[in-house]
Design a protein around this ligand. Structure first.
Ligand code: NI
Ligand code: MN
Length: 243
């Protein structure tokens, strides 16, 4: 077996949280995926936006705290952007190249990675400044890597019963779930989501950015069955973690 393919097979996935719902996922094959790149959020490292690289950008919905710096980053990096159809049309109107429209249960692909759009229980307007315009439905993504590993980024959502379907169909080993409450589910609901999804690794997001997003990873653990508590990872913004 060629050495490079052994390396790719055994290489880990590296995940960096930038605060809020923004993540960089570096695949075993070296593809960098940015999800919801609001990289100048209050918890992000000061140089996050300036230093960010991306091959792919995934936008879960139009709200400014998720759409974030997508236009600037896409233009600077040339990344391929995947978003729901309405947002894809908006991005093209802003001069972004390499835009791919999707809708729920649809899948886009890039260099051996696959991005499947999932349901989310939320709202999805775009906030270009002034009145909100339609950004289509909000969504989440299941990201499947070259090695078959699956990651579920739920976007902004409440808990919903079809998370069990997402668990059955895609078997995500890693899940990123909002836990802050107020605009999304909080720790109680996120713990129930974990029972449906049955992941190996649980990453809380969309908490602590503002006082209103008051849910915490410790609260999430308190609602989980004891065997699942050690699966919760509390990431530090800007620090890469291998899985
Ligand atoms: Ni939102
Ligand atoms: Mn949000």
């Amino acid at each position: 077996m060629p050495h490079h393919s052994r390396q790719a097979h055994h290489a880990p996935v590296t995940i960096t949280w930038y605060g809020h719902s923004a993540f960089a996922i570096r695949s075993p094959g070296g593809v960098t995926v940015l999800v919801d790149p609001w990289l100048d959020n209050p918890k992000a490292p000061p140089d996050a936006l300036a230093r960010a690289q991306a091959d792919v950008i995934l936008v879960t919905h139009g709200h400014g705290d998720h759409f974030g710096n997508t236009v600037e980053l896409a233009k600077r990096t040339g990344a391929h952007v995947f978003a729901i159809y309405e947002i894809s049309v908006y991005l093209q109107s802003q001069g972004v190249q390499n835009v791919h429209g999707l809708n729920k249960s649809g899948t886009g692909s890039f260099r051996g990675l696959h991005f499947t759009m999932t349901h989310a229980e939320h709202s999805g307007g775009l906030e270009p400044g002034g009145p909100i315009i339609s950004g289509g439905d909000p969504a989440g993504f299941v990201i499947r890597l070259e090695n078959g590993q699956a990651i579920y980024h739920a976007g902004d959502t409440g808990v919903f019963g079809d998370m069990q379907l997402i668990g059955h169909l895609y078997k995500p080993q890693i899940v990123m779930l909002p836990i802050g409450g107020a605009y999304t589910m909080g720790p109680l609901e996120a713990a129930y989501a974990c029972k449906m999804l049955k992941p190996q690794h649980i990453i809380g997001m969309h908490y602590g950015t503002f006082p209103a997003l008051s849910g915490t990873p410790d609260q999430l653990k308190s609602y989980l069955p004891p065997p699942m508590r050690k699966r919760v990872h509390e990431l530090v913004p800007g620090i890469a973690v291998e899985f």
